[in-house]
Design a protein around this ligand. Structure first.
Ligand SMILES: Nc1ncnc2c1ncn2[C@@H]1O[C@H](CSCC[C@H]([NH3+])C(=O)O)[C@@H](O)[C@H]1O
Length: 399
């Protein structure tokens, strides 16, 4: 076959770029298609990037994160977003007190990455990315992750080396080592109110985008069918360590006529901090390592709790619940990542490393969940899975 212009590599690359542009316009209003296209492009990038480029990208990745943190802490980010128009490095230096040369140097990688726009020489403008970064969950979240997660992650390899590369199964772990403390992360945050408020803003924001378990899984067949409808005091669901009650309140809204009571449990400062919660939900100050006061509930629901703890502590928590369960009736319902044995997508894989670095915790595979529950006298009735990119639901009962 002779080579025609249409089959030349240069022609095909140009045609592909045009196709991607056209596709981008078509998918920009449709999140599902946009994600699908993004996945294809990411997959293609992984193939096309050379090994040297991959390594170099990893070596150079902390630099941009650090430059952005400088722009956040110095006030340049908020200043530029508030201005709503381009500003020179001189103007930014005057309004923030940061050195002009410092701003110019930090801005170089950030404009190259599209986080800010270089409107002219030494002149910058906010982009949709910079504007989104000033939203409280991301503004707090970025700083929390930079201050605590990044610090702990940077230090983690040397810490592990000192332990002879033992697995992290409890304190002292990377977090205690990098912060020179014996405190676990939550008590540490309580002593550092600025970091605590960044963390809280971060968590409150991530709630907006996360699905409720009953939107993804069939609550009717999992807990409502078969729930005690005769005893007005029977408890339908206890949200153990449920924070300020967002999940249990959403459940109440979805099933206003469900039989039985709803209970929210968390530590005293969290319960005391509740500003608004449906009055029908019972608030209970409870430490989950103590005896579970609600006996024989249809469901004990726990979201994003076990990944905060090493195995031994998880078994303690599970045993307290198992002791309160009624055989053949009560269920423990866990809403968390269920990792596959291989080909785990990047996000949950990184989250697992994150849990190690911050909390000596971990994300778990089916086998690890099974073993953990068995150690507490429970057994898995069913793993409800959606796909590798989404959290699953583990339904467990007394063994
Ligand atoms: N010992 C403990 N007893 C009860 N709750 C705890 C304990 N330690 C931490 N927590 C709570 O565990 C929660 C972890 S964050 C997860 C909260 C909620 N289930 C959600 O998915 O949004 C926080 O609300 C902590 O206050």
């Amino acid at each position: 076959m002779g080579s025609t212009p249409e089959s030349s590599i240069g022609f095909r690359i140009t045609a592909l770029a045009k196709d991607i542009d056209a596709l981008y316009n078509d998918v920009s209003q449709d999140e599902t298609f946009r994600k699908e296209l993004f996945g294809v492009i990411q997959g293609a990038m992984a193939k096309v990037e050379s090994p040297m480029e991959t390594i170099w990208r990893m070596i150079m990745s902390p630099h941009a994160s650090s430059a952005l943190m400088v722009m956040i802490r110095s006030g340049v980010l908020t200043n530029l977003v508030a201005a709503g128009k381009p500003k020179t490095s001189k103007e930014l230096a005057e309004s923030t007190g940061a050195s002009e040369t410092l701003i110019v140097r930090m801005m170089r990688p950030l404009t190259a990455l599209g986080i800010f726009y270089e409107a002219d020489v030494y002149t910058y403008e906010a982009t949709p990315i910079s504007r989104l970064l000033t939203a409280p969950p991301l503004f707090g979240g970025y700083q929390f992750m930079f201050d605590l997660a990044a610090r702990s992650l940077t230090n983690m390899p040397r810490f592990l080396e000192r332990t002879g590369f033992k697995h992290v199964d409890g304190p002292p772990g990377p977090f205690q080592d990098s912060n020179n403390t014996e405190d676990l992360m939550f008590p540490y945050l309580m002593k550092h109110p600025d970091m605590m408020s960044n963390f809280n803003a971060f968590m409150a924001g991530s709630l907006e985008t996360r699905p409720d378990w009953f939107q993804k899984f069939d609550a009717q067949s999992i807990i409502l069918d078969g729930a005690n409808k005769d005893d007005p005091d029977a408890v339908l669901l206890v949200d153990v360590a449920g924070g300020e009650g967002h999940d249990v309140e959403a459940f109440k809204k979805e099933f206003p006529n469900a039989p039985g009571r709803l209970v929210l449990q968390d530590l005293p400062p969290v319960i005391d901090n509740i500003k608004q919660l449906d009055a029908a939900i019972l608030r209970q100050k409870h430490d989950m390592f103590d005896e579970q006061p609600v006996k024989g509930s249809r469901a004990y629901y726990m979201r994003n709790i076990f990944h905060d703890w090493p195995n031994e502590r998880c078994v303690d928590i599970m045993k307290r619940i198992a002791d309160a369960m009624t055989k053949g009736y009560s269920k423990l319902i866990i809403f968390e990542w269920i990792l596959a044995a291989r080909d785990v997508p990047l996000y949950p894989a990184l989250l697992d490393v994150n849990m190690m670095a911050l909390l000596n915790g971990r994300e778990r595979t089916k086998q690890e969940w099974t073993e953990l529950l068995e150690a507490a006298g429970l057994k898995v009735s069913k793993f409800h899975m959606i796909g590798p990119e989404e959290e699953g639901l583990i339904e467990a009962e007394l063994a």
